[in-house]
Design a protein around this ligand. Structure first.
Ligand SMILES: Nc1ncnc2c1ncn2[C@@H]1O[C@H](COP(=O)(O)OP(=O)(O)OP(=O)(O)O)[C@@H](O)[C@H]1O
Ligand SMILES: [Mg+2]
Length: 379
């Protein structure tokens, strides 16, 4: 008898052979760069197959590391380039939608309407959404008081999410231009949280340090409870360093990435107080981090007072969180325990890559989170 693959497979537990191995691609289109991560599931393990990032600055005529605002065609061009450079082998993809293009807010509704949310939420949403309701895609999740556990005031809390149809159309076009079959679009908040957190009960915050802004999400029992945008980002550090050290923005970005806060102090100078001397990158970076860290602290305190509970930790993510020495410096300014996101820790990769993947990890949280959800969907 011809021993075909089919008959061999019948000798093994079904789960090993019943599903074809499929690779999936998470695509995070940020303002300063595109990040991609390709994963595959094999025998219950998640394997990291490839990953890559490409700066959008050069496609917009600005420096690497800076935020851009590009039309769909230019973004698709960059996406195709990074897909090629990273040797991506799948077209099965999931793409993130920027938090800034979405509206995420918590609304309170009487517990009695919990079974009719599909009718009630679109009506209620009109109060929160500044454009006609038929121009947005609406989604919602009960985050507090559901299933008969309403608060004392008899209310449930519903997380409302809205994305403008034009935004979806833009990202759909980018995906198809890059010949991807996009399985879903997801607001980056959810992807970042999936990749950055383990299952914990205590409320924590995920702090995504992007190029122009920093996003702050409070997560409790796996659900997003609050989100804020802080108008300071990693590019501010570069711009300030370029000014204070009198070097170009490109040079400042390069030195920031190379040394971060771990730059060895400048060699002793004969006339140490001479103006323009010193080259103290570290001092400049610390100076521009200070208002950002103060704003993060204020956001933490405001939440803790309002919710009457303390945050267990802040999980730092985004390219800005990969600044060398950031965690140690920031911990001196922020009382809550800080951790760096380690999204690749949820994947299997060759051991020799471990250190690099830990260091670069925070930048890839959103892309990893997208790919993880796609793998879950495929089962
Ligand atoms: N090794 C590094 N050290 C310090 N900063 C870095 C490093 N790598 C990247 N960055 C900074 O991270 C920023 C980009 O982070 P990220 O890729 O998360 O942003 P983005 O996703 O494009 O932005 P956003 O999420 O706001 O749209 C850049 O401003 C860059 O200067
Ligand atoms: Mg980002």
């Amino acid at each position: 008898m011809d021993l075909s693959l089919r008959s061999i497979s019948s000798l093994f537990p079904k789960s090993l052979f019943s599903k074809e191995v499929k690779s999936v691609l998470g695509v995070d289109i940020g303002t300063s760069s595109i990040k991609i991560v390709q994963l595959r599931r094999e025998r219950g393990k998640v394997i990291l197959e490839t990953y890559g990032a490409i700066a959008l600055g050069p496609y917009a005529g600005v420096e690497i590391g800076r935020a851009t605002s590009l039309p769909a065609e230019k973004i698709a061009e960059a996406l195709k380039d990074v897909i090629r450079e990273a040797n991506v082998t799948t077209t099965d993809a999931a793409i993130s939608i920027p938090y800034s293009s979405s509206l995420v807010s918590i609304i309170k509704l009487p517990a009695s309407v919990e079974k009719q949310l599909a009718q009630v939420v679109p009506i209620e949403a009109r109060k929160y959404i500044p454009v006609p309701i038929n121009e947005v895609l609406l989604d919602w999740f009960v985050v507090g008081g559901g299933k008969g556990n309403a608060a004392q005031d008899g209310k449930i809390e519903v997380l409302l999410v809205a994305i403008h149809n034009d935004t979806i159309a833009k990202f759909r076009a980018i995906g198809s231009d890059a010949t991807l079959a996009t399985a879903f679009f997801e607001i980056e908040v959810f992807s970042a949280v999936r990749a950055s957190l383990d299952h914990g009960i205590a409320p924590v915050a995920v702090v995504d340090m992007g190029a122009a802004t920093t996003k702050f999400y409070v997560v409790e029992r796996g659900l997003i409870h609050e989100s804020h945008i802080i108008n300071h980002g990693a590019q501010d550090l570069t711009l300030a360093a370029s000014r204070s050290l009198a070097i170009t923005v490109a040079q400042a970005e390069e030195r920031k990435r190379k040394f971060g806060l771990k730059e060895p102090s400048a060699a002793p100078q004969l006339v140490s107080s001479a103006p323009g001397q010193g080259g103290d990158l570290k001092k400049s970076l610390e100076l521009s981090l200070t208002p950002l860290l103060a704003e993060i602290s204020r956001t933490v305190s405001a939440y803790e007072q309002r919710a009457n509970q303390t945050l267990g930790a802040l999980v730092l993510t985004g390219g800005g969180a990969t600044l060398k020495g950031l965690k140690e410096f920031a911990q001196q300014k922020i009382q809550t325990e800080l951790r760096l996101a380690d999204p690749f820790g949820k994947t299997q990769a060759p051991a020799f890559l471990e250190k690099i993947l830990k260091e670069a990890g925070p930048e890839f949280s959103v892309a990893v989170g997208l790919a993880l959800r796609r793998l879950q969907e495929l089962g």
